[in-house]
Ligand binder design. Structure first.
Ligand code: SF4
Ligand code: SF4
Ligand code: F3S
Length: 266
């Protein structure tokens, strides 16, 4: 209780903000405990009370006061085309803000598919040149927490681990925490017995769909997607995409937006 809370700067680039929407719904630990007792969220464009110059001042003061000791969390990514003009925050291209805040960060968390891989704004032909964080910041430890968005308890679980052990969790070859991205959706999917028995949904409203058969023939990407949805599930373990009747679109995998996860590519 006497240990000072770790300062966190949370930036928002080109994104939809649903990673934050996911984060604030964490139940284990409760997000209020994370934000009010575990970390010191000193700057977050979307969650802080301050705005405008007062907010930007808070960013500078945090960097100044905690050089080398704060965690930088990044949601969204910097678009690099036309000198970064496609995403302006605080009057400057986001890429400048990112480089500035990254310079003295202890470690960086790339939240979601946007920061980790680029996501839909990087879809072909990527007109803004939306670029994942690790391709812009190359001299800091980066932990990728992909998903669109990531599961709330995975986000707070990563923070909890970093605060408890004062180190990054073990990462896989792509830089994701192995404890949450070590298995495929398919490995723990409750529809797996139907896959093994060759029982498949053939059309969205067929009898097999009503019976809850496997969604592989409807394009489910569970066999090639590493994430914790089929174990932890969403909304306090209530459900996940496959349980709601739709196949996994592989939202935690690099390039899912250009690899046939959606119905048509025009
Ligand atoms: Fe939104 Fe998905 Fe990007 Fe998160 S990863 S900010 S949910 S588009
Ligand atoms: Fe695998 Fe998808 Fe079928 Fe589940 S629904 S068993 S993840 S192919
Ligand atoms: Fe994403 Fe597939 Fe989970 S679409 S939310 S990784 S089931």
């Amino acid at each position: 209780e006497t240990k000072p809370r770790t300062p966190v700067i949370w930036l928002h680039g080109l994104e939809c903000t649903c990673c934050s929407e996911s984060f604030i719904r964490s139940a284990h630990p409760l997000v209020k405990d994370v934000v009010l007792s575990m970390i010191s969220l000193d700057y977050d464009d979307t969650l802080m009370a301050a705005a405008g110059h007062a907010a930007e001042r808070a960013l500078e003061e945090t960097i100044e006061q905690y050089r080398g000791n704060y965690i930088l969390a990044v949601e969204g990514n910097p678009p690099l085309n036309e000198d970064g003009m496609f995403c302006i925050t605080g009057g400057k291209p986001f890429v400048e803000k990112l480089r500035h805040a990254a310079k003295d960060a202890k470690a960086i968390i790339s939240w979601g598919a946007c920061a980790s891989y680029g996501c839909v704004q990087a879809a072909y032909p990527n007109p803004t040149q939306a670029t994942p964080v690790h391709k812009v910041i190359t001299d800091k430890p980066i932990i990728k927490v992909p998903g669109c968005p990531p599961i709330a308890e995975v986000m707070t679980g990563v923070i909890t681990y970093m605060l408890t052990f004062d180190r990054l969790p073990e990462l896989d070859r792509q830089g994701r925490p192995a404890m949450f991205y070590g298995q495929r959706i398919h490995d723990k999917c409750y529809r797996r017995p139907h896959f093994d028995a060759g029982q498949f949904v053939e059309a969205w409203d067929d009898e097999n769909a009503r019976k809850g058969y496997c969604l592989y023939k409807m394009g489910c990407k569970g066999p090639t997607t590493y994430n914790a949805c089929s174990t932890i599930r969403w909304n306090e373990g209530v459900s996940f995409p496959i349980q709601s009747g739709h196949g996994c679109i592989g939202c935690s995998e690099d390039g899912f937006w250009d690899q046939g996860s959606f119905y048509d590519r025009v």
